[in-house]
Write a protein that binds this ligand. Structure first.
Ligand code: SF4
Length: 308
């Protein structure tokens, strides 16, 4: 079983070796903008899921890889649901000369044990898309036992206890959380959390719900006025996908594409790197992947992402 993917180009983290320590789409949220399909395992139960040593065996193969900027726990869902994440972070810190990042939806940070597990990461990137409970429910569709105020308290506690970098990520969705009222509410909460950076994103990859639209430029500019010093990263990422651990273009496209939606030209580039031009069309004809247009860009996604 593979727990690592990439390194893939990341807009914030350079060449990022992704680690997914949980089964696909196991998450405490079911966000309307998710690029990984519908959450079919909505959960807040922390488990091991797999023997931690098996995950570590997969990660440590990359020890001498020279083109990694960050080791990133990210998951095909919420990585902090894996209760071994602290052990795995410590292993990476002890054996790699690379910084460790954790991309989390932030919902589990109300638990002391989760904050403790993340203490040795260099960077934590929690999401925050809503300034109130109703918007949280509308955008993030949380597990029934999650509470918006507890989640915010967890983020504030993290800031008090953690000395590493907190880079908060805010996904702006047209007409949902990009109004002046929503942005002022978000600003007030962000000020209470006091992250080191705030990144503004807007869905640039195909979202699970087709009604989700990216914020328009004037609203993003307004967001910058209200949330001062925020950094926009709604441009498409640049760089190549490392496919050296895959046997062929077919496996690379399916594996990378299930974690990181590929633009058509990125999938074709993987095909030509393996000398397999035409593989993308073949996989579309064989019903393994499908093409979708999102904001004037063609993407290819694994068939299991398709909403029936
Ligand atoms: S965007 Fe992240 S937090 Fe939201 S449902 Fe998808 S995997 Fe879970």
């Amino acid at each position: 079983m593979k727990f690592t993917f990439g390194p893939v180009p990341s807009r914030r983290l350079g060449q990022s070796l992704g680690i997914s320590p949980i089964p696909a789409k196991t998450c405490s949220l079911s966000c309307v903008y998710c690029q990984l399909g519908t959450t079919d395992k909505l959960s807040i139960e922390r488990k091991s899921f797999y023997p931690k040593e098996v995950i570590w065996d997969d990660i440590k193969q990359f020890k001498n890889h020279s083109e990694i900027d960050f080791i990133t726990f990210v998951g095909d869902g919420e990585p902090t649901l894996n209760k071994d994440i602290g052990w795995l972070i410590n292993k990476c810190r002890d054996h790699f000369d690379k910084p460790v990042a954790v991309i989390t939806n932030g919902t589990m940070l109300f638990l002391n044990e989760v904050r403790n597990d993340l203490m040795n990461a260099d960077v934590i990137l929690p999401s925050l898309d809503a300034g109130n409970e109703d918007t949280f429910k509308r955008i993030n569709r949380p597990h029934g036992r999650l509470d918006f105020n507890s989640m915010i308290d967890g983020l504030i506690s993290l800031r008090k206890e953690y000395t590493g970098q907190i880079w908060l990520e805010l996904m702006l969705i047209k007409d949902v959380n990009d109004t002046d009222e929503a942005l002022f509410e978000l600003r007030n909460i962000i000020n209470r959390i006091s992250p080191d950076r705030v990144y503004l994103l807007t869905p640039t990859r195909p979202p699970v719900e087709s009604w989700v639209k990216p914020s328009e430029r004037d609203r993003i500019e307004r967001a910058h006025e209200i949330i001062e010093n925020a950094i926009s990263i709604y441009v498409k990422e640049k760089g190549e996908f490392d496919h050296s651990l895959y046997k062929n273009a077919h496996d690379a496209i399916l594996e990378i594409g299930s974690r990181h939606p590929l633009r058509l030209e990125q999938a074709e580039m993987i095909g030509s790197q393996f000398g397999e031009t035409g593989i993308v069309e073949k996989m579309i004809d064989g019903n393994e992947i499908y093409m979708i247009n999102h904001e004037d860009t063609e993407y290819v996604l694994p068939l299991q992402f398709k909403k029936l």
